[in-house]
Design a protein around this ligand. Structure first.
Ligand code: M3P
Ligand code: FE
Length: 306
């Protein structure tokens, strides 16, 4: 948890073109569990090992992409304090009443220099991971597809990366774990509010508000390979992998949902603490930084965003 009280990425709202196809993809293939649908037709999902009611919201729309990414904070006092700090920083801050998303308390929504919308919230109903809280078993039977355990992070593309990095570091207390630089220019930044190597990442890109991927956690390299098998078994559009990133050391595979939004499933980065210095990757090592084995850049991976 960041010193300012941000706990974790708590939800992401993803736009999809066709809800039936999206349901098949996110539920049958990734293995997320459907926990609700609201009167606007939005579908609520969670990874099996998440405690709160939902972490992914799917909204049917004419264009793919991300509506917003939400972070859970420690409590209501923290929410109020951070709302004040966001306003003082110059963000446009909007209050969204409790219940606008089912099972979720009041949200504080704000914009960012890269053109993305983020929100903070302190309360969401508890759902549990199906194992109970007394003498629990270790895993759930009957999970589907890739059996992702949780929604983990997003990578977002936008123009003013420096501005959004400042916002996350100065206002929200995130640490800068890794960065990619071309001379003095920061072209990518990885930020953490926890012990993870990243809870959000940003890449410099001429257009504002773009979505590169939402990522979901697996337990092992074996599970990443099994995900690769399922991608072939069901003719899911593959992007890259299985491979390893130099940045964050994650072992990973990328693919697309039926609407063209990129997903990642991955395992294993390292434990990060707020007193760790930032790791720097230089542009001449970009191939290795992104794909540690191939050591080559990939146009599709770098260029395709929703
Ligand atoms: C990840 C990750 C890029 C690196 C991406 C890394 C686009 O997605 O989860 O570590 O440079
Ligand atoms: Fe990622």
């Amino acid at each position: 948890m960041s010193q300012s009280g941000v706990l974790r990425p708590g939800h992401v709202c993803i736009r999809v073109l066709d809800m039936d196809e999206a349901r098949t993809h996110y539920i049958e293939r990734l293995g997320l569990i459907e926990t609700d649908q609201d009167d606007q037709g939005r579908v609520y999902l969670k990874g099996w090992d998440e405690q709160d009611w939902f972490s992914v919201v799917l909204r049917e729309a004419d264009e793919p992409g991300m509506d917003f990414m939400g972070f859970k904070v420690r409590d209501k006092d923290t929410l109020e304090a951070l709302a004040g700090k966001l306003e003082a920083h110059g963000c446009n801050v909007e209050r969204i009443p409790a219940g606008e998303l089912n099972h979720c308390g009041e949200r504080v929504r704000f914009d960012s220099p890269t053109g993305h919308f983020f929100e903070l919230y302190a309360e969401k109903e508890w759902k549990g991971n199906g194992l109970g809280l007394e003498n629990p078993d270790s895993w759930q039977e009957g999970l589907k597809g890739m059996q992702v355990s949780r929604y983990d992070h997003c990578l977002l593309y936008g123009d003013d990366v420096d501005g959004t990095v400042d916002l996350f570091r100065e206002v929200l207390g995130f640490g800068l774990t890794e960065k990619v630089v071309d001379g003095d220019l920061v072209i990518a930044a990885f930020l953490s509010c926890s012990n993870k190597a990243h809870d959000i990442a940003l890449v410099r890109h001429p257009e504002k508000g773009k979505f590169h991927h939402a990522s979901f956690l697996l337990n092992s390299w074996e599970e990443v390979l099994r995900a690769a098998d399922l991608i072939s078994m069901h003719d899911i559009s593959l992007d890259i992998g299985p491979t390893r990133h130099g940045i964050t050391r994650g072992r990973t595979i990328y693919f697309f949902d039926p609407s063209g939004n990129r997903n990642e499933v991955f395992c294993g980065d390292y434990t990060w603490y707020p007193d760790h210095p930032t790791i720097t990757w230089t542009a001449d090592n970009l191939g290795k930084a992104i794909f540690y084995h191939d050591r080559r850049l990939n146009e599709n991976f770098l260029g395709v965003v929703t």
